[in-house]
Design a protein around this ligand. Structure first.
Ligand code: DAT
Length: 179
């Protein structure tokens, strides 16, 4: 196995819009000191994607993936990035250490997306995405089985419990890699 030079791991937090990626990533960043790399913000900052014209939908739709990777490659090589995005298979596996797919019950997700002001069509598309386990499959196809974990985020306490788990994993990763 090639030696890993980064001193902190790179973690992907992915899942259907509304499942709780950003909430989890922000809390994890606070607790671990790792950097919350919000890909929506990167895309907007570098103007490398199409954003929705709907002000209630902060998610970026179509992204120039090559340019995105150019923008974040140095950060990934340095390590310690918590990548927050609703897609995951574009990030090179050699630069990724853990993939967390956040999951949410569809009734709960419906209420969250409704609160965000999503219209019926967009709401249904996202609920279908969650039911069909699109992100779980994408993650399992792109990364080694042992790197992918599913975490449910439905109740308030779930965020803390999930972050506890990932924080412990980060500590173990550092020990295992002599960091
Ligand atoms: P995402 O980044 O996946 O789009 P988010 O972190 O913005 O999702 O969360 C969507 C909404 O749901 C937001 O109002 C916070 C809330 N939320 C997320 N996880 C939760 C949980 N485990 N319990 C209660 N509310 C949660």
């Amino acid at each position: 196995m090639p030696e890993i030079l980064r001193t902190d791991p790179n973690i992907i937090i992915t899942g259907t819009p509304g499942v709780g990626k950003t909430t989890t990533a922000q809390e994890l960043a606070l607790r671990t000191g790792l950097h919350h790399l919000d890909i929506n913000e990167v895309v907007k900052k570098h103007n490398i994607g199409e954003t929705s014209s709907d002000p209630d939908d902060p998610n970026v739709k179509i992204v120039d993936e090559d340019r995105l990777l150019d923008c974040i490659e140095n950060d990934l090589e340095e390590g310690g990035q918590i990548i927050d995005w609703h897609a995951c298979d574009l990030f090179p596996p050699s630069l990724i250490d853990l993939v967390c797919v956040i999951r949410c019950d569809n009734k709960v997700l419906y209420d969250r997306l409704k609160k965000r002001g999503y219209g019926e069509k967009k709401l249904q598309e996202n609920l279908d995405c969650e039911i069909m386990e699109v992100l779980v499959q994408e993650a399992r196809e792109a990364y080694d089985e042992g790197m992918v974990v599913e975490l449910r985020s439905e109740k308030t306490g779930d965020v803390d419990a999930n972050v506890d788990r990932i924080e412990e994993w980060v500590q173990n990763w550092k020990k295992d890699h002599g960091k």
